[in-house]
Design a protein around this ligand. Structure first.
Ligand code: GMT
Length: 380
């Protein structure tokens, strides 16, 4: 099939997932076209990339992305005979896709799949300036998926769209680390102490304050490595106040996360909300168990006490005790890590998930278009 994918290209779960999906679809023989304002960070060179040019028209107080995106989507749909256009993160991608479709004659209209990733409905869905547009885009999509049952429930509760939402979980394909665990720990100056890892975009809902307070309470020797796109400076004062200067390391813009996941003893996530938490899944593939707040879709990814440990949101005492319990019991930590890797293989592999998206595409294409025609462009 000819598949268009639109996502945010920056570091972030939805962009990473969409890029991996594109690569896996290409591996399965589909023609994949990525449409975005920048080449996604992890995009392999053999996928087709169609950049959206944003005009700096001086009359506009705020630059507009939605219209040039929709024009590019329509152009690519027509030129590449897209069967489906799969947009990740509703805002503004789903709205742009609906507009692109309405610019095209029926025979050239791709089927539109909107995948909800989290804050596009849990936060923006509650914003009076966005909610009705998001509901409209969901209702006009040919299919809508959410990355967890939690997100489906929340979207139905907040927006009540008159359209079914299917759950297709996220997946992750680990790349082999380029450096050994020992080499990475040497680079970080981690010797006999444990290495805790936190990977996120540091948005307020990731609760970096809770993260630092949790680490400050952990008694066994450990260091915390924070992997973030950018923006840790506002937290340096808290690092200092909590006496963590020598225990907190920060690395920005790291794409080779695998090396660090492989070197870490556990992942620590303290979010107030997560629809899924791709960082946890990434760690699971490296048998690195997570200690996380039990929020949103996280309990669908981690079974408490089996493949990781969960604690109430904001509870620094429970979180630090959970971390300590794993640092003090390496065999248990290893058992949870192994169980996490097994769970990732069983439920969140490309084999398990990509076939669900392919089946959805096939269903939409063979169901036919609203005008009764079926797609004529299918390749494999
Ligand atoms: O968490 C973020 O702020 C980024 C956001 C994104 O769009 O990349 O993440 C959301 O999508 C990820 C991929 O599906 C999920 O793993 C994250 O849990 C979700 N974030 C939230 O729900 C807060």
């Amino acid at each position: 099939m000819n598949v268009g994918i639109t996502c945010y290209p920056t570091i972030g779960g939805s962009g990473i997932l969409a890029t991996s999906l594109g690569e896996e679809l290409a591996n399965r023989g589909h023609q994949v076209h990525i449409i975005s304002y920048e080449r996604p960070v992890r995009l392999r060179p053999d996928l087709h990339f169609h950049p959206v040019a944003i005009s700096g028209y001086e009359l506009f107080k705020y630059p507009d992305y939605t219209l040039p995106l929709s024009v590019k989507m329509a152009e690519v749909s027509e030129a590449e005979h897209l069967d489906v256009l799969h947009v990740h993160y509703a805002v503004p991608h789903a709205t742009a896709a609906i507009l692109a479709r309405s610019m095209l004659p029926p025979a050239l209209q791709p089927r539109i799949i909107t995948t909800l990733h989290g804050t596009d409905t849990t936060l923006l869905g509650q914003d009076a300036g966005y909610g009705p547009a998001i509901r409209h885009a969901i209702e006009c999509s040919d299919a809508v998926t959410a990355v967890s049952h939690f997100l489906r429930r929340e979207t139905q509760r907040l927006l009540a769209p008159a359209h079914p939402i299917e759950v297709i979980y996220n997946f992750y394909v680990p790349r082999p680390p380029l450096r050994s665990r020992d080499a990475v720990r040497r680079e970080l100056g981690v010797h006999h102490e444990a290495l805790l890892l936190h990977a996120s975009n540091l948005r307020p809902l990731k609760r970096i304050d809770v993260l630092l307070e949790t680490v400050a309470r952990v008694r066994p020797p450990c260091k915390l490595l924070v992997l973030a796109g950018e923006g840790f400076e506002p937290y340096q004062a808290a690092v200092h106040r909590l006496g963590l200067d020598s225990r907190v390391l920060v690395r920005h813009g790291i794409h080779a996360v695998e090396e660090y996941l492989n070197a870490a003893d556990l992942l620590l996530m303290t979010s107030d909300s997560e629809s899924f938490c791709l960082s946890i899944l990434e760690a699971m593939w490296f048998a690195c168990p997570a200690v996380s707040t039990s929020v949103g879709g996280v309990p669908e990814v981690v079974e408490h006490g089996v493949s990781g440990l969960l604690a109430p949101a904001g509870d620094v005492v429970a979180l630090s005790r959970a971390v300590e319990s794993l640092l003090e019991d390496p065999p248990r930590r290893q058992a949870l890590g192994e169980a996490a890797r097994e769970r990732a293989r069983q439920f969140f592999s490309a084999d398990a998930i990509v076939s669900q998206y392919e089946a959805l595409y096939r269903r939409l294409v063979t169901e036919g278009r609203p005008d009764g025609r079926i797609s004529v462009h299918q390749t494999p």
